[in-house]
Design a protein around this ligand. Structure first.
Ligand code: 4AD
Ligand code: MG
Length: 465
């Protein structure tokens, strides 16, 4: 029968049973005694399984001895306890079937020696075979499953929000336009005449920057909802924390206040982090050893301590008086830069921090105004090493205040007709946030570049594959 590597290594298959494991060769080592040791991985756990292959197999000389890194195989053998250190079980091989050899092993890009992350990015189609990308993808999957489980257990409904939309949910103008025009098949001369402003079946439309506005409509009917999907930002940011296409988790809660969703975010993060520590201990041990010596300690600290809350106004004071020279000056009313966010989280608090009540001038049109008339009920969660991982707010549910804000910002009221309807018909206070999923994966794994925690990163000058 067939077994995965984790089935065998975790002891699920009894010693003495014969099984077939299928996967890809990581290494082969031959002993003088006529035995080869072949390590095979199949993605089911961090460690490969070791197969002990005797030279008595009939394809030993012509196939087994030609196996190199990357070859695909099915190895049949009996499970035995391993004498090798660090391994629990191994396979005493009775048959080796080769699915595919690696042509020209000397030029195979994924040799078993460690490669730089920059190098691996050039091989997005092969890097999943490395132990680092495998570990990232298992942790990423664990986080996604844990987040869905968290919301399900807390009575939230998962709502699918559209990817093609007419609205700019953040009002920041970072939109990718969607086109139905078959440019390739248009005669060259006609391309100059195209009216790009009305190109989705005659109406302007874009890839969504956030599912929030759509998911608000469902919160104002089904109470507790969330959306989890890809979002797109046409910002030309070449940084280690920006992608043009990233995934966002966005809960939206009717009758909730700013503090309610700040605590929801804290519970959600702790739940997801605990899931990774419990379910992916093998991968986390690797990240701790090879990527970031402090990563497990940091996560345990986050899982076991209350988040610190701080007002924007107090944060500005702290930054102004901390004695550190920043590249960008801080003054009340300006947006915090990544260096400021990181100082607050890394140096001042030493853990994630919830920053609340920002000046309205630097925040989106939909955020609820506080009674001081100057600030809005917004919150960002800033994490050490990354900066902002979550952004959220209470939403302005009062129609007169909302309309006044649109006018103040010079936004056309007609474009918000359906959004205003929620405020006209049975309006309720509500609040929500967006978690940048890849920023969470970076934080949890210690991986320093966001392009290495998504299978196919989309960023300026990086949309191959
Ligand atoms: O702060 P943002 O722009 O907030 C929103 O989009 C709200 N509509 C969310 C809501 O309230 N439902 O984005 C939310 C999060 C950020 O905190 C950040 O973690 C992540 O999304 N993010 C990005 N991640 C990767 N690449 C980018 N270019 C990102 N821009 C934002
Ligand atoms: Mg934000």
């Amino acid at each position: 029968s067939f077994a995965t590597v984790v089935d065998v290594l975790s002891g699920k298959v009894a010693v003495g049973d014969e099984v077939t494991v299928r996967g890809w060769v990581r290494t082969r080592r031959d002993s003088k005694a006529g035995i080869s040791f072949i390590n095979v991985h199949d993605g089911s756990c961090f460690d490969p399984i070791q197969a002990v292959v005797p030279n008595t197999l009939n394809n030993y000389d012509n196939e087994v001895l030609k196996l190199t890194t990357g070859c695909s195989v099915a190895i049949t053998g009996t499970v035995s306890e391993s004498a090798g250190k660090g391994q629990s079980f191994e396979l005493q091989a009775t048959a080796v079937k080769v699915f595919g050899f690696v042509e020209d092993p000397d030029t195979y890009p994924m040799s078993p020696k460690p490669h730089s992350m920059e190098y691996l990015r050039e091989f997005a189609h092969l890097r999943a075979r490395t132990n680092v990308t495998g570990a990232v993808m298992r942790v990423r999957n664990c986080l996604a499953q844990a987040l869905h489980r968290f919301f399900h257990e807390h009575g939230y409904l998962w709502v699918a929000t559209p990817i093609i939309t007419a609205s700019d949910a953040e009002g920041a103008g970072e939109l990718f336009r969607v086109s139905t025009l078959d440019l390739m098949n248009l005669p060259k001369t006609d391309q100059n005449e195209i009216d790009f402003s009305k190109d989705f079946f005659g109406k302007e439309s874009y890839l969504t920057v956030s599912g929030q506005l759509n998911v608000e409509t469902y919160a104002c009917a089904l109470s507790k909802v969330y959306t989890f999907g890809p979002t797109f930002r046409a910002e030309n940011s070449n940084t280690s924390r920006h992608l043009a296409e990233f995934w966002m988790v966005e809960p939206e809660v009717a009758f909730a206040s700013l503090d309610d969703i700040a605590y929801l975010a804290e519970d959600m993060l702790k739940y997801a982090i605990r899931a990774v520590l419990e379910e992916r201990a093998d991968d986390m041990a690797f990240f701790q050893q090879r990527i970031d010596k402090e990563v497990i300690n940091r996560l345990e600290h986050v899982a076991n301590n209350k988040f610190v809350h701080m007002d924007y106004t107090d944060a500005v004071e702290i930054l102004q008086n901390c004695g550190k020279k920043f590249e960008y000056p801080v003054s009340w009313g300006t947006d915090l830069q990544s260096e400021h966010e990181r100082y607050l989280a890394e140096v001042h608090v030493g853990a994630p921090v919830v920053l609340k009540n920002y000046p309205k001038g630097i925040k989106a049109f939909y955020m609820r105004q506080n009674d001081d008339g100057k600030t809005v009920a917004a919150m960002d969660i800033l994490a050490p090493g990354i900066g902002e991982i979550i952004g959220g707010s209470a939403r302005e549910e009062r129609l007169d205040v909302f309309d006044a804000r649109l006018a103040e910002m010079g936004l056309p009221v007609e474009e918000y007709s359906w959004y205003r309807d929620l405020r006209r018909y049975g309006t309720v206070p509500h609040a929500g946030f967006g978690l940048g999923f890849e920023r969470l994966v970076s934080y949890v794994t210690g991986m320093t570049n966001i392009r290495d925690v998504i299978p196919f990163p989309r960023a300026p000058k990086s949309a191959d594959f």
